[in-house]
Design a binder for this molecule. Structure first.
Ligand code: PGA
Length: 253
């Protein structure tokens, strides 16, 4: 595995003021840490201010958005374009998070359009996939994940695919305190690596960083990161406190 990538998905939490305070404290706490890539994904309203803070601190923490639209511009009230995110300093964008799929009707076809648009604008997509509880219990996890990976990443070149981050997030583990066991997470991450190999070849499949997400905490990070196909974590709740996010980053080393 290369350098692990630990990304904090803040969801709809933190005002601009809270976000700025958070990253200035975080930057101090993680100063000098090498060997792990750190990303924070604040709400849209805080992105520009957080970008400024991260630059001022020379923090080495990258910025990501939680969503975007696929068109360059136009009459799409309430949406945000890829170029707008790029302009204010985003390097990453989370696409197809299960909450987007569940509450906002995002399909694999929609996620696919967004992935293509992000790449055109030189944003690195963090593409989320994962099964719901009833799908796991009925034994369809691999079928669901296959459909999501193949649908969300359709039409990419091997070169484009190689730069991606994919996050395996079983929906039943998100915000529930119920983490997948390291062995279960590894099994699905390895399955995803195999799908990527079929689609894009061995070199690209090895280059893709595949995160695990779902109730990641400082206490379970090391065991998850020790798995051969887990290359990082997408962290929700535990990314909202400096102590726990710093703990996760340190335990990922
Ligand atoms: P959680 O969320 O860490 O709070 O489970 C993960 C996510 O939704 O990305």
């Amino acid at each position: 595995m290369g350098v692990p990538i630990i990304a904090g998905n803040w969801k709809m939490f933190k005002t601009v003021g809270e976000a700025v305070n958070f990253v200035s404290e975080l930057a101090g706490r993680v100063a000098g840490i090498e060997g792990v890539e750190m990303v924070v994904c604040p709400p849209f309203t805080a992105l520009a201010a957080v970008a400024g803070q991260l630059r001022d601190h020379g923090s080495g923490i990258a910025l990501g958005a939680q969503n975007m639209y696929w068109e360059d511009e136009g009459a799409y009230t309430g949406e945000v374009a890829p170029g707008m995110l790029k302009e204010i300093g985003c390097r990453y964008v989370i696409l197809g998070h299960s909450e987007r799929r569940q509450y906002f009707g995002e399909t694999d076809a929609v996620v696919n359009k967004k992935v293509h648009a992000a790449l055109v604008h030189d944003l690195i997509p963090i593409v989320c996939v994962g099964e719901r509880l009833e799908e796991r219990e009925s034994g369809t996890t691999e079928e669901v994940v296959r459909r999501q990976v193949e649908g969300s990443l359709a039409g990419l070149t091997a070169r484009q695919a190689a730069g991606l981050v994919v996050a395996y997030e079983p929906v039943w583990a998100i915000g529930t305190g119920r983490t997948a066991s390291a062995a279960d997470a590894q099994q699905v991450n390895r399955f995803i690596r195999g799908l990527l190999r079929n689609m894009f070849g061995e070199i690209a499949a090895q280059a893709v960083r595949i995160q695990y997400g779902g109730s990641v905490k400082p206490g379970n990070t090391a065991e998850l990161m020790a798995q051969p196909d887990i290359d990082g974590a997408l962290v929700g709740g535990a990314s909202l406190e400096v102590d726990s996010f710093t703990g996760i980053i340190k335990n990922a080393l």
